[in-house]
Design a protein around this ligand. Structure first.
Ligand code: ASP
Length: 328
């Protein structure tokens, strides 16, 4: 999934320079109002072909975008080899796996959980928060109690491999929350279904070896994810503190509302972040945005050139695309 990863399965896709520059985004037909689009589109951060395949099953059988993004997000959450999401996620400094996730639909209904321990599928708990409570966000023990009350199963999420990696890290206890291959990554997934409904989900175990209690952008509506059914959707991955500072995903949707394409909006958000940080510091920061307009147009942009995303449409069956970036 991630070029931030050092694991073999996440080896960085070396697409040709042609592919990288020639297909920064796909353009699909624009539709007015609430008319039927008939062409679902799905994008997810990183090399997420399995997640896209699960979500695509829902979209291609005329399912709702919300079900698609939830089903997609559950794939890496359940994968013990994925060390940045769900089961198998790298723990915090105390050796505890804590998970964050959120979900949002075209009507701006949303649910979120943060600092959740012992439950594999935070995205589904977030959906329950959205559908079964009057709230948007539950954290920590309260979120866990709620999950248990909804029938979610408690389980140990720290795999032997992640524990071993943490113990190795403990030897130096060096925490560098910047571009640090293998230490951070997230799945953000955006879908436009055949009836023109947009939804998104975002799920993560957060930055590896973070301070206990740290929450990043991923469960924060407007930072790690934002959806406006009339405009578009955006999601983020990378150093979460940076996205929170500029309310990144919301910023992108607002830029799209004001006429920018998803590509232009992602670029503007990254440039804003870089101008606030200064180029020297920003060079060390891995941050990437992915956006989808309500007409099915996709955009992506990142600080450094490690970001890739996966697109599915009737013409693109889970194709991994290298994102353009500010720094080379
Ligand atoms: N954005 C996530 C966080 O800050 C981590 C990541 O995407 O790598 O928790």
């Amino acid at each position: 999934m991630s070029a931030f990863k050092s694991t073999g399965r996440r080896k960085f896709l070396k697409l040709s320079a042609l592919a990288a520059t020639a297909i920064p985004f796909f353009r699909f037909r624009t539709v007015p109002g609430n008319s039927k689009i008939g062409s679902p589109v799905l994008v997810s951060t990183w090399r997420n072909t399995d997640a896209n395949a699960a979500a695509w099953k829902v979209l291609s059988s005329n399912g709702h975008a919300l079900d698609a993004v939830e089903q997609g997000a559950r794939v890496p959450e359940a994968n013990p080899k994925d060390t940045s999401v769900g089961y198998g996620g790298l723990p915090d400094r105390e050796g505890i796996v804590t998970l964050d996730a959120c979900i949002m639909d075209e009507k701006s209904n949303c649910g979120s959980v943060a600092f959740v321990q012992g439950f594999k599928h935070p995205v589904s708990i977030a959906r329950m928060v959205m559908e079964k409570t009057p709230h948007v966000m539950l954290v920590g023990r309260g979120a866990e109690q709620f999950a248990a009350s909804q029938g979610f199963k408690r389980e140990n999420l720290l795999t032997k491999e992640s524990e071993r990696a943490w113990k190795e890290w403990l030897k130096k206890s060096e925490y560098k929350p910047y571009h640090n291959p293998g230490q951070h990554d997230t799945i953000g997934i955006l879908a436009l279904d055949g009836n023109g409904n947009l939804s998104g989900a975002c799920t993560t175990s957060g930055m590896a070896y973070k301070m206990h209690g740290r929450v990043g952008d991923s469960p924060i509506i407007g930072a790690g994810l934002y959806v406006d059914g009339e405009v578009g959707a955006a999601t983020a991955t990378g150093v979460g503190e940076e996205m929170i500072r500029i309310a990144g995903s919301h910023t992108i949707v607002e830029l799209m509302r004001n006429g920018r394409s998803p590509q232009e909006a992602c670029e503007e958000a990254i440039k804003r972040l870089i101008s606030k940080r200064g180029e020297e510091k920003a060079r060390e920061l891995s941050v990437a945005f992915l956006a989808l307009s309500r007409s099915g147009e996709v955009g992506a942009y990142s600080t450094n050139n490690v970001f890739e995303y996966t697109i599915s449409s009737p013409d693109h069956q889970h194709v991994v695309i290298k994102s353009p970036s500010y720094f080379n």
